[in-house]
Design a protein around this ligand. Structure first.
Ligand code: FAD
Ligand code: DLZ
Ligand code: SF4
Length: 517
């Protein structure tokens, strides 16, 4: 009697902090009358890395707004707040506690984005009195099975070929079975260096409402010691706001997104980037809806093909590919260290206090905005860490902590694979290593730097210059056979012994004094 009145066969639907989409698979086909939704802010998720305070505020505020949205749609939502002493330490403990009260016939969830949480739920569910049903995450274009099938039997995995399949699958920028404009990829047009411009678009900013205000106070109170600056919070925290951000990007920044995709400029953290990754990754925007909006801009004549194709490639190409690689990889993806790098991450990655203008700029804006764009992540902070031989696990934990869009499934392949070459080339064909030259070509940082980019060695020389050669020499055993590095090893071989010694001695001094750079 008691159990039927309470509906003993109700579903307990667990919605994670990055599953804030009304069309999330765990809600599909369930009815509000026969289900209870559980969402929880828990210490374990808030603390698995030293998350940026703006990231914490973003996730918790978006979670609270989403819970309200579900309630308005008729769902019963149990919501656990971080500061509530009754809230359990982890999501699985929270589920166990709810189940202990009785009344549920099963637990339903959309699969967690990362292995850590997936395994935690699988382990915990062995002790639950009811089964755990895990639904595939339909927000991605390629399921795990589809990606594994695509990868099967290929000697080398290359994003470009995967991307073409995703173009065919979605029909984005396709004319029948041919790519729009007769080419799949217009990247060659996307390498302009930026100049200070009269019109520099900005991402849409939103004034914190009462819910966000409460979260901001809570984060400062409960997690005030975390990385980053909380003041000046402006992120979208609802789907409606995220849609405004998408519109603003499509109408203002998109037309020049392609041209300046690789550029970096002092005082301009966003340039023509979309700043949408955090909204897509948390579920406020769908990747396909974002691409369709951007495609429309091309067909309506509002944005050129190189911008639109370049943008769509990042999402249906790189984003999906990264997730595929993450789930395809054997256990311990984040433990890989192909180049045996052992040095500790310098303190200035947390403080931004360094005389290297490029790193100070990238880390400074990361502290302020929980954001840096792709080339800053890859060619400044990532490049420096790899050249200096920083332990990739520490680099991975830094990236996972500091960006508002960081979740392991997308962060780890970008860091361990693409940026640190710690997976030995499973993801990319060569390390993204460069001297100061590249940064100088693509930015205005060097003009305002204490170090001289044109000076190769000795006191005052740009540290990237000597570290670049030292990196190649230090890792010759693993890298010399790489056909894409043959020319660089040949150049090294043609240098005089004195020059080689200068480089290596300079690099040794830089590394010995790394904390003071
Ligand atoms: P835009 O430049 O406007 O690009 C458009 C969209 O394409 C992004 O919003 C994103 O959804 C997608 N995208 C672009 N590049 C990639 C990529 N390489 N992998 C996956 N998606 C991509 N992206 C994350 O979402 N989370 C991360 O934790 C993350 N960590 C990274 C770490 C390193 C070392 C590097 C090199 C890249 C990382 N990226 C990560 C990819 C990329 O840098 C960010 O997606 C992008 O900078 C987010 O800013 P945006 O929204 O303005 O992107
Ligand atoms: C990132 C994050 C944070 C900071 N906090 C929570 C939380 O308290 N509760 C929750 O359900 N999810 C949180 N998340 C998102 C999860 O870490 C995310 O679901 C996993 O990393 C899987 O991608
Ligand atoms: Fe960075 Fe070197 Fe340029 Fe300074 S000179 S901004 S350290 S690349």
């Amino acid at each position: 009697m008691q159990s039927s009145e309470q509906g003993h066969d109700k579903d307990l639907i667990v919605i994670l902090g990055d599953q804030l989409s009304e069309d999330i698979s765990s809600l599909q086909g369930r009815s509000p009358a026969r289900s209870v939704v559980l969402m929880a802010e828990v210490r374990e998720e808030a603390g698995y890395v030293w998350h940026h305070k703006k990231k914490l505020a973003f996730v918790f505020s978006a979670m609270r707004h989403f819970a309200e949205r579900l309630r308005r749609a008729g769902w019963t939502v149990l919501y656990r707040a971080l500061a509530d002493p009754a809230t359990r330490a982890s999501l699985t403990e929270e589920v166990s506690a709810v189940l202990a009260a009785g009344g549920f016939g099963r637990v339903v969830m959309t699969e967690a984005g990362e292995t850590r949480l997936k395994q935690a739920f699988e382990r915990a569910s062995a002790d639950w009195p009811v089964p755990l049903e895990i639904c595939a995450d339909a927000r991605f274009l390629a399921s795990h099975e589809a990606f594994a099938q695509w990868a099967e039997g290929r000697k080398q995995l290359r994003m470009e070929y995967f991307y073409r399949e995703m173009r065919r699958k979605t029909g984005l920028l396709m004319q029948a079975d041919q790519p729009e404009g007769g080419q799949w990829n217009f990247d060659a047009d996307n390498r302009k260096a930026a100049k200070a411009d009269l019109f520099m678009p900005q991402p849409a900013r939103f004034v914190p409402d009462a819910i966000t205000q409460e979260v901001l106070e809570m984060v400062e109170r409960e997690r005030g010691d975390h990385f980053g600056i909380l003041e000046g919070f402006w992120f979208a925290v609802t789907r409606e706001e995220a849609l405004v951000a998408l519109e603003q990007f499509a109408s203002e920044a998109l037309p020049r997104f392609g041209d300046y995709q690789d550029a970096m400029l002092s005082g301009e953290p966003f340039l023509y980037h979309s700043v949408l990754a955090q909204y897509i990754n948390i579920g406020l925007l769908g990747p396909l809806e974002v691409c369709r909006r951007v495609e429309r801009a091309y067909y309506e004549g509002d944005a050129p093909l190189n911008a639109v194709e370049g943008f769509i490639r990042q999402i249906i190409g790189w984003r999906e590919y990264m997730r595929g690689i993450y789930w395809l990889s054997p256990e311990g993806y984040t433990d890989q260290n192909h180049l045996g790098a052992q040095r500790d991450l310098p303190q200035f990655y947390w403080t931004g206090e360094t005389s290297m203008a490029c790193l100070a700029a990238a880390i400074g804006q990361t502290r302020q905005e929980a954001y840096a764009h792709h080339i800053q992540r890859l060619m400044v902070t990532g490049n420096f860490a790899m050249l200096a031989g920083i332990d990739p696990k520490q680099v991975h934990e830094w990236y996972l902590a500091v960006y508002a869009d960081a979740y392991e499934w997308v962060e780890a392949p970008n860091v361990i694979g693409m940026s640190q070459f710690a997976d030995g080339g499973f993801l990319g064909s060569k390390p993204y290593a460069s001297s100061g030259n590249y940064i100088n070509k693509m930015s205005d940082y060097c003009a305002g730097c204490t170090y001289s980019v044109s000076q190769k060695t000795g006191e005052g020389a740009c540290p990237f210059n000597a570290l670049y050669w030292d990196f190649l020499v230090r890792n010759e055993g693993q890298l010399r056979g790489n056909p894409r590095l043959g020319q660089m090893y040949a150049t090294w071989g043609r240098m005089s012994e004195t020059k080689q010694r200068d480089y290596l001695e300079s690099a040794a001094k830089i590394l010995a004094a790394i904390e003071t750079l």
